[in-house]
Write a protein of this length. Structure first.
Length: 111
């Protein structure tokens, strides 16, 4: 697998976690975060807020989300295709997550 695909997968993972920062108003308006201040976190705080970055968990979440998209078949197909990409390339994606120090144990895998 090409490194470009792994990097793309990592960027898509970041986008999944960034989605709540920008939301559409149900009345047709648009809202975004503004004036956010940043502060350094301790190691304990960082460990408490780390996301579940595991390619298999991401694939499971995408598959679950796709079931809610029955009214939008093209979007549903695209989400399922993305889930299949994560499943197919899980080893390489998780290797990148491990290298970056953000890999977490698989929560959706059977014991």
């Amino acid at each position: 697998m090409k490194i470009k695909n792994v990097v793309t997968a990592a960027m898509l993972s970041g986008m999944l976690f960034a989605v709540p920062a920008v939301a559409q108003n149900p009345n047709g308006g648009f809202s975004a975060m503004e004036g956010v201040e940043a502060q350094a976190l301790s190691v304990e705080e960082m460990q408490a807020i780390t996301g579940q970055l595991n390619a298999l968990d991401i694939a499971a979440a995408l598959t679950a989300a796709a079931t809610k998209l029955a009214d939008f078949p093209r979007l549903q197909a695209a989400v399922l295709k993305l889930a299949a990409f994560y499943t197919t390339n899980a080893t390489q994606i998780n290797a990148l997550y491990a290298k970056l120090g953000v890999l977490t144990p698989c929560q959706s895998c059977a014991p």
